[in-house]
Design a protein around this ligand. Sequence first.
Ligand code: PAF
Length: 282
Amino acid sequence: MIVVHTKKELDEQLAEWRQHGDHIAMVPTMGNLHAGHLSLVELAREHAERVVVSIFVNPTQFSEDEDFEEYPRTLERDTRLLKRPAADLIFAPDVETMYPFGLKDATTISVPRITENFCGASRPGHFDGVTSVVARLFALVQPDAAFFGQKDYQQQLVIRHMSQDLNLPVAIITGETIREEDGLAMSSRNQYLTDDERANAPVLYQVLSGVGEELQNGRRDYEELESESVAKLTDAGFAVDYFSIRRAQNLEIPDRDCDELVVLAAAHLGDARLIDNTVVTV
Ligand code: PAF
């Protein structure tokens, strides 16, 4: 496996692979890898001869009061983890490589509407940062396919929208959420949980799954289900950011006949902001 930091090194390696006709699958990450990322690498391996993992803690998707400075940078450990399942190349650029005109003069790509609510509302500017860096990564790597986790449900919809709207020649593929044994979705931010909070954290997925079952059983009083769930989570010690039942396809408010729903939640537990979701076909 090769680790490269510059555009020149990346271009040279990609050119060699393309000469051989190899397809390229890409898994964009911010590093601090866990089993969720590794399952995306495995999925990527099934789709292309070459797998590129990018590791870049993107400053433009953090607001000033967020954890950009403290976000764990663990390239050595990540490189070890990416031996199995094997990535062919790790692209770990610096800020200058990703934003050659500097952050103040950087072009921003902004997806409207679907970014307005949920994480977009709680984290203003976040999705502009995500789409801008993902578009840059796509331009640098020019992958045939790129892989994102379902845990960040809104993010993968936003990236899908951007790619379709801009006709980017990359297939966007969503990998399932990987969970700890007790149901907690794997996330780099789980490490901010204290032992007590960690023991409590699976309640988020339990409540989401409970709503999924209620929907399967025919309940359609979405607002009632949402407020019952917020109450359960608040009683369990969470500070709920949002808990919402929406159309899976576009996050719009569903009518009673909608048969593909997503239940989305974000909630703070101590210093950790946990997000999770469940998709329900009724
Ligand atoms: O999901 C993430 O880790 C990031 O938002 C991404 C897609 C790598 C962009 O920085």
